[in-house]
Every structure is written in C-alpha cells, then in structure tokens.
Design a protein around this ligand. Structure first.
Ligand SMILES: NC(=O)c1ccc[n+]([C@@H]2O[C@H](COP(=O)([O-])OP(=O)(O)OC[C@H]3O[C@@H](n4cnc5c(N)ncnc54)[C@H](OP(=O)(O)O)[C@@H]3O)[C@@H](O)[C@H]2O)c1
Length: 282
C-alpha cells in the first residue's frame, strides 16, 4: 500500500513524514521545492496543487493520500484538483486536514473554504476521513520573540477557553488512519486534553521559564490593525476578526475524544509541549 503525503514540509506534514518513516511505511512526499524534498530524506516528488501533470505523476500507484495545504483563497480549487486527480488515479482513501467549525455555509472564511473542500471530498466517491483540529499549540511559537524580549504576548482572545492541540497529535491521527487496514471514515474533531485561557497559558509559561510571562489582551480592532500593517491580505483579516470574537465567546472550548478515538492514546498536554519548546521562549 502506497501513501502520498501532501503538505509534507508543513507543521503537520513534516511530522507525518517522520511518523511514517518510523513505521517503515511505503510513502512519498509531495513538495514544491526540490531542496526541501531532499532535506526530508525520504522518497519525494516535486509538484504543485496548481500543476495537474505533477499531481498525475505523483499519484501513480498511490492507494491513500494525506491532503493538507495552506488556507488561502485558492484552497478549494487546489484541493478539488487533488481529489479529482486521486479519483482518476484509482486512490482508495483520502485523509484531509480541515478545521474545527468548517462548513460551506459559515461566514468565517477559513471554515468556509475548508467546508467546501470537505464537501467535495465527501461526495467524491473516494473513501474519506476529515480531521477538524482546533487551535494549534505550535501557534504559540509565533509569540516566542515577544516573550523572550519582553515577557509578554498579545492577542484578542479575552478569557475564552481554547482546547489547544499539539500538531503532532493531528499527525498521529492522520498516520493511524493512513496506515490502518480499514481507515475510519467520517469527520473527527480534534482537540487537546484541556481547555485553557490565554492567561492560564501565560501562567504555564511563567512556571516553565521561571520568570513572569503575561498575556496582554487588546481590543480586536487594534490586533487586526497590527496584522494589516504586517501585510496580511484584507480577506483574511475578516476571518481572524471572526476567530478572535468567537474564541472569546468560548467557541473553541469544548473538548473532544477525537485523538484518543483515532490513535488509542490521550492527546499531549500544553505542559508537555512547553517542555519540548522551552528553549524557543527563553
Ligand atoms: N494553525 C492552526 O491553529 C490551525 C487550526 C485548525 C486548522 N488548521 C489548518 O491546518 C492546515 C495547516 O496545516 P500545517 O500547519 O501543516 O500547514 P503549513 O505548516 O502552513 O503547511 C502547508 C503545506 O502546504 C504546502 N503547500 C502550500 N501550497 C501548496 C501548493 N500550491 N502545492 C503543493 N503544496 C502546497 C506547503 O509547502 P511549502 O513548504 O512549499 O510552502 C506546506 O508543506 C491548514 O489547512 C489550516 O487551515 C490550522
């Protein structure tokens, strides 16, 4: 059985590659950049979701696919192209990384794009598993510089609780299904084991680093304006605004048993994540 791993250089895909290699599974990575493929140290093909011939070549002899990419306005077109090419190539099962709250009818752009792509996969006739993770622990690494230099980090999440998930657990969920004799179909919401406020995250960082770290909550419009100044596309700003507002109201707080259901193991805690990444925040 041969697996194609797309998004193989990303935060989830790179861990999928490591985990498949550790299991001695038969797989190839799909990468845009040859040098990134070489650094993975596994079989790879160079291609792009927007280059149909490269998809055709990459999917030759493939039975299962991990479908994962960057959320942007071309996501639906790109993922539909992979789904169509997979069907054409005789692929049996696709595991797709989506997002919690995905729905073709939501106003929230990330969720809207993912919902449309999920619908396309579900109606494709292929075997399918959709993973809908919540907010990644790895996102906290974006605050590392601010924490290192000033002992503070900023956001507009208020006191909303978030079921932070380690992207390694998303990878474990995907690998468990990609390698299982009978992969579980359906939609699986994935969260970590605890729903924490950002103040509680700051307290955990303080304890881990042995010095005070504070979460500073700012008005949503101020945080959005900072993102605008950093050059984020206007279409995405609305999506981030929606995320801050819904998270502050607790939309990401409910925990799921998805990781345990798919892998048989409990999801990793934020303490374990911070222990692994303490040097980034020091
Ligand atoms: N961050 C969160 O908190 C969060 C929460 C829920 C869901 N999600 C979802 O999780 C997914 C992100 O997963 P991730 O962290 O693994 O993403 P990531 O680290 O941004 O990786 C994206 C991968 O997609 C590849 N890619 C991008 N455009 C491509 C194209 N045109 N053709 C082929 N490959 C392409 C990238 O390759 P290159 O190396 O060439 O760029 C990279 O390997 C997204 O769909 C996001 O919406 C994220």
């Amino acid at each position: 059985m041969k697996i194609l791993v797309t998004g193989a250089t990303g935060s989830i895909g790179s861990q999928v590659v490591q985990q498949l290699r550790a299991r001695d599974a038969s797989f190839r990575a799909f990468v845009r950049d040859r040098s990134k493929g070489e650094s993975l140290g596994v079989e790879f093909v160079v291609g792009d979701f927007d280059a149909p011939q490269s998809l055709k070549a990459a999917l030759q002899g493939v039975d299962r696919v991990l479908l994962n990419g960057t959320p942007h306005e071309g996501l639906v077109r790109q993922h539909r192209a992979v789904i169509d090419a997979a069907k054409e190539a005789g692929v049996l099962h696709v595991v797709r990384i989506s997002t919690r709250g995905a729905s073709a009818t939501t106003d929230h752009l990330f969720g809207h794009w993912h919902g449309q792509a999920d619908d396309s996969l579900q109606s494709s006739g292929l075997g399918w598993t959709v993973l809908r993770p919540t907010y990644f622990m790895q996102n906290l690494l974006r605050n590392a510089e601010s924490i290192r230099s000033g002992g503070r980090f900023f956001g507009a999440f208020g006191t909303g609780r978030v079921g932070f998930i380690d992207s390694g657990d998303i990878a474990r969920g995907a690998v468990a299904q990609l390698t299982h004799a009978s992969p579980r179909s359906g939609v699986h919401v994935l969260t970590g084991p605890e729903a924490l406020t950002f103040d509680e995250v700051a307290a955990k960082l303080s304890a881990r680093l042995g010095r005070p770290v504070a979460y500073v909550n700012r008005p949503v419009e101020e945080v959005i304006e900072n993102m605008r100044k950093q050059g984020l596309p206007e279409a995405l700003l609305g999506s981030f605004r929606g995320m801050f507002e819904s998270f502050a109201q607790g939309a990401a707080s409910q925990l799921s048993s998805g990781v345990k259901d798919l892998t048989g193991a409990e999801p990793r805690t934020l303490d374990a994540f911070l222990a692994d990444h303490a040097s980034a925040f020091r």
